[in-house]
Design a protein around this ligand. Structure first.
Ligand code: ADP
Ligand code: MG
Length: 245
């Protein structure tokens, strides 16, 4: 299912966070969004999930079409949100629910899945992210890396067409970051469709089928990881260097 953005513009109090951004994501690809702080990366992801509404532009996901200049019905919102799951920097787990309960919550309440079935699936997903010994643990008993892996399992449980990650490891210590990146790398290998914002440039190089570089709300580069890292564009060179020792 193709995800396409056409000429999105989003303004916050007169300042332009996104300016005429057009992008087309392909099935089974990992698109990594890079760019300096404040360049509009989070806003772009949040617009895909309708957490922010652009003033202008269009979004298409499969046969679903949204024109942001027109009113968006709740039905369209729900449909889009079911097909895009977001994982945030802060893990945002329900603190009063165990790992399994966190993962099965969406499938049971939103997708109306049978509880036993949802619990079984939740356990499989937790196993997939390396947490088969933590089914009944509450978030407070889990490390940051483990909590983020529960959050990833929770996103997967909704079986979305697209997984959106906004700096999923930037709140983690380096040794915990690795375990989360390994999970993401596996998902990329399984050809899930993902859009990922990260500051980890080595990881971007490893998993990106495609890199999009944002600066001041505009797309400055859109192409393969190889082309990005070989780019002679001084802004890109400066950005890459700013993230290296
Ligand atoms: P990034 O994720 O690349 O760091 P953001 O998308 O968070 O960038 O922000 C892009 C621009 O929009 C920044 O100038 C930021 O200050 C502004 N911005 C983002 N969210 C809001 C908001 N809710 N209210 C006002 N300004 C915002
Ligand atoms: Mg951000």
């Amino acid at each position: 299912m193709t995800l396409a953005l056409k000429q999105l513009s989003k303004t916050f109090e007169g300042s332009k966070a996104l300016q005429n951004v057009s992008l087309q994501m392909k099935d089974g690809q990992t698109t990594v969004i890079l760019g300096p702080s404040g360049s509009g990366k989070s806003t772009l992801l949040r617009c895909i999930n309708l957490l922010e509404l652009p003033e202008k532009g269009k979004l298409q996901l499969g046969d679903l079409q949204i024109d942001f200049e027109q009113k968006i019905t709740n039905k369209v919102k729900q449909k889009l949100r079911r097909n895009t799951a977001m994982v945030f920097q802060e893990f945002n787990l329900f603190s009063h629910l165990t790992a399994v309960e966190n993962v099965m919550e969406g499938p049971v309440t939103v997708l109306r899945q049978d509880k036993d079935q949802a619990a079984q699936h939740a356990k499989e997903l937790l196993e997939q992210v390396g947490l088969s010994d933590k089914y009944d643990s509450y978030p407070s008993r889990l490390s940051g890396g483990q909590q983020q892996r529960v959050a990833i399992a929770r996103a997967l449980a909704m079986e979305p067409q697209y997984l959106l990650f906004d700096e999923p490891t930037s709140a983690l210590d380096p040794e915990l970051e690795i375990e989360v990146l390994r999970v993401l790398q596996e998902l990329a290998h399984e050809r899930l469709s993902m859009v990922l914002v990260t500051h980890n440039i080595d990881f971007a190089r490893l998993v990106a089928d495609r890199i999009v570089f944002l600066e001041e709300g505009k797309i400055d580069f859109d192409g393969s990881a190889t082309a990005f890292f070989a780019s002679e564009d001084p802004r890109i060179r400066r950005f890459i260097h700013s993230l290296k020792l």
